[in-house]
Design a protein around this ligand. Sequence first.
Ligand SMILES: C[S@@+](CC[C@H](N)C(=O)[O-])C[C@H]1O[C@@H](n2cnc3c(N)ncnc32)[C@H](O)[C@@H]1O
Ligand code: SF4
Length: 397
Amino acid sequence: MTLAPPPLSLYVHLPWCVRKCPYCDFNSHEGRGALPFEPYVDALLADLDFDLPLVWGRTVHSVFFGGGTPSLFPAAAIDRLLQGASSRLRFAPGCEITLETNPGTAEHGRFEHYRAAGVNRLSFGIQSFDDGCLQRLGRIHDSAEADAAVKLAQDAGFDNINLDLMYALPGQDLAMAEHDLERAFALKPAHVSHYQLTLEPNTVFAARPPQGLPDEDAGWDMQERCQALLRDAGYVQYEVSAYARPGRQCAHNLNYWRYGDYLGIGAGAHGKLTLGHEQSILRRWKLKHPTRYLAAAGREEAIGGDDRIEPARRPFEYMLNVLRLVEGFALADFEARTGLARSTIETPLRRAYASGWLEREGDRVRPTELGRRFTNDVMSLFLDPSDTLLPRGIPAH
Ligand SMILES: C[S@@+](CC[C@H](N)C(=O)[O-])C[C@H]1O[C@@H](n2cnc3c(N)ncnc32)[C@H](O)[C@@H]1O
Ligand code: SF4
């Protein structure tokens, strides 16, 4: 079997926030004083130059500015980065370019300039429309600011907008979770990401869990009810937490979940690249701390690590991604993207069919309703039995 390079995306990490939220374990840092926007763009372009030989001649199908809070960056800095990137790499026509936006950073005129720079999709971190919940989450904005920010963006011509919402929040009940969705629908976003709040290790919430967290059953009720509301409002679920109007799925995240390739530039950014000439899959990540990254970008020293994914680890990595998707995967794609014959996963596939977790239709394998409830169990069937290392998290921006 031959490893065939899949579509390529570009992830750009912008690591600063106004304030660190107590539930957040992303590589985000409270920005103190004037932030080094221009030196950081220089560092990103040097970082890109360093990685370019790995993707020579390939086309970029999507770009994602994630954070942190990318909307802290002035539009001129985003413009310079996009101009620099598109002069180094071929961008596909209609390339999706997303920028994560915190409603607390929306200023009049800013969205027009992002649009002029080439950004064509915005992802707003709304979390909730309930001011009490927002406060308990340590957010820097209230619900009125969230509404106003989305409307400003729409007035600036953005029609491809995602709203991030979280549920199972401290002090939240079922009616409040429903109300959050109703407020979101009123803004007519193209896409909704609906995440259950998790207490991530090494966060303030993990050390001191907030009062009033809904229990597991209440969280489950919220998920079921909200799934139904989203469906009735015309948002089709295509991944564990992602819902879109027809044709408005996030191309960038879909590429991650289909085990596509991505270059990652910026502090702590992860990349995954299929190297056709050496028939290998490389994971590369950059130094995490912004100051250290700034000092080293463009040189070998900026690389936090390189890891070549041995064939035995590929089935699990592949499943960790594609089994998040409602569409599942095609066996032909499994072969092209892992370089392994389908016979290598025959045994775990048979077990998953027998348990009623996966179903097969022609070349396509999909998780069943039951399988989607037990995603972790299904995925673990594909673990390499000799691999005693816990898998590293896969970024999902
Ligand atoms: C990197 S954040 C980007 C948005 C932007 N930084 C903001 O917060 O406004 C991506 C999204 O992940 C979700 N998220 C972050 N931490 C989470 C957690 N502990 N549990 C569930 N979802 C979380 C939030 O909905 C957040 O908007
Ligand atoms: S949730 Fe968003 S705004 Fe809050 S600290 Fe994390 S990245 Fe920053």
